[in-house]
Write a protein that binds this ligand. Structure first.
Ligand code: FE2
Length: 378
């Protein structure tokens, strides 16, 4: 898949040199009001494992972070320990939310310099932190809203996570639910800002545009949105960018922007090799998913052709299926995991397909509108 995507990119940018090589997502950091309880939820409900800790006991007087891990996915859950911090302000404005999408690079200073040279706004300059296990270099730039990208260079580090963190040993280790890696992370941006941020990823970060959807692709009777999917050189990082489009009623993107007070991460799509097992485990642990009407399944196989899975468990669990030229995919979306209707997760299993479930957009957005109606925000 990566080779094919690379050749697609080479066709688009034949002479392009990847000035920002990225090995993958290093971690996603959330600012939350209670890191301990958030970590417990991600372990219990989503099958993450205890991984690392930073706080008063490790000499950190500013904040407390619990790090949880599953497959290649690492979530850092951070809470402030004092009044008047940037973290506290972020939580007040946005509720529990994603602050940083950290990208694993071989040279953080080069990543920073190359992106700053191309117009990125600095969040912090390259900084080295050390402990007995070596050193990590980090630098960071702003992206949409208050969200930032942290470049993490860890080739000279052998510790558990980062200097300042110790291993988090816990007697409570619920089983994994089979989540493997982050497939894509979607940003919601304001009216007429999609092109601006697509341009940012293209020009400042050297990404290419994989796909674009206009409001004809993504609209229901009432609401609409537009989306462009940006990807880095090796295809490991995919960032769709959504903006609201005109409709008769308020779109889910506007609802998000209102509650979030600006642009931010809308959903994190995580990959599994067996979506039926993963979603069965998550539902039994209390995670709630969006449900489409059962008539979605009546003509499903006519729409997507034959699939390996039995239809009954897909219907029972509410898993959606879509097909493109290269294969098919199975996907399902959680309800928002925060008090505000903002961040949610997508569970995705790809069986050849490299797209994002365009065929499901209408059914899905109608399901979201039913939720919006219950919230009184449609
Ligand atoms: Fe998605």
């Amino acid at each position: 898949m990566i080779t094919e995507m690379k050749s697609t990119l080479e066709k688009i940018f034949p002479e392009a040199e990847d000035f920002l090589p990225i090995n993958g997502t290093d971690y996603v950091e959330f600012y939350v009001s209670n890191a301990l309880q958030a970590a417990h939820y991600y372990k219990t409900a989503l099958g993450f494992q205890s991984f690392a800790y930073s706080g008063l006991e490790t000499g950190n007087k500013e904040s407390q972070s619990y790090v949880v891990q599953q497959g290649k996915i690492r979530l850092v859950l951070t809470s402030p320990l004092k009044l008047g911090t940037e973290i506290g302000k972020h939580i007040d404005e946005k509720g529990d939310a994603v602050k940083a999408i950290a990208l694993w690079v071989d040279d953080a200073e080069k990543a920073y310099n190359e992106t700053i040279k191309r117009g990125a706004k600095s969040y912090f300059e390259p900084v080295v932190s050390k402990d007995e296990n070596g050193e990590v270099k980090k630098a960071a730039i702003h992206t949409y809203g208050e969200t930032v990208h942290v470049f993490v260079e860890r080739k000279n580090y052998n510790g558990v996570f980062l200097p300042g963190f110790k291993k988090w040993d816990s007697s409570y280790s619920p089983d994994s639910v089979g989540l493997k890696y982050i497939d894509h992370m979607v940003g919601n941006v304001g009216w007429n800002e999609m092109d601006k941020w697509a341009k940012f990823y293209r020009e400042v970060m050297g990404f290419a545009q994989l796909i674009s959807f206009d409001d004809k692709d993504i609209s229901t009777e009432y609401t609409a949105l537009m989306s462009k999917v940006m990807t880095n050189g090796n295809g490991r990082i995919k960032f769709p960018i959504n903006e609201p489009a005109d409709g008769l009623k308020k779109s889910q993107i506007e609802e998000y922007l209102d509650f979030y007070n600006g642009a931010g991460v809308q959903h994190i799509a995580v990959a599994t090799d067996n979506i039926i097992e993963t979603v069965t485990a998550m539902q039994s642990r209390g995670v709630e998913f969006l449900k489409v009407p059962s008539n979605y399944y009546d003509s499903l196989l006519d729409r997507v052709g034959s699939i390996d899975e039995d239809l009954a468990p897909l219907k029972e669990l509410g898993i959606l299926v879509d097909r493109d030229e290269e294969g098919y995919l199975l996907q399902i979306f959680t309800k928002p995991l925060e008090p505000r209707p903002t961040l949610f997760f997508e569970i995705i299993q790809r069986k050849g397909a490299k797209s994002f479930g365009k065929g499901n957009f209408k059914a899905l957005f109608e399901a979201i509108e039913r939720e919006q109606e219950m919230r009184g925000t449609l």
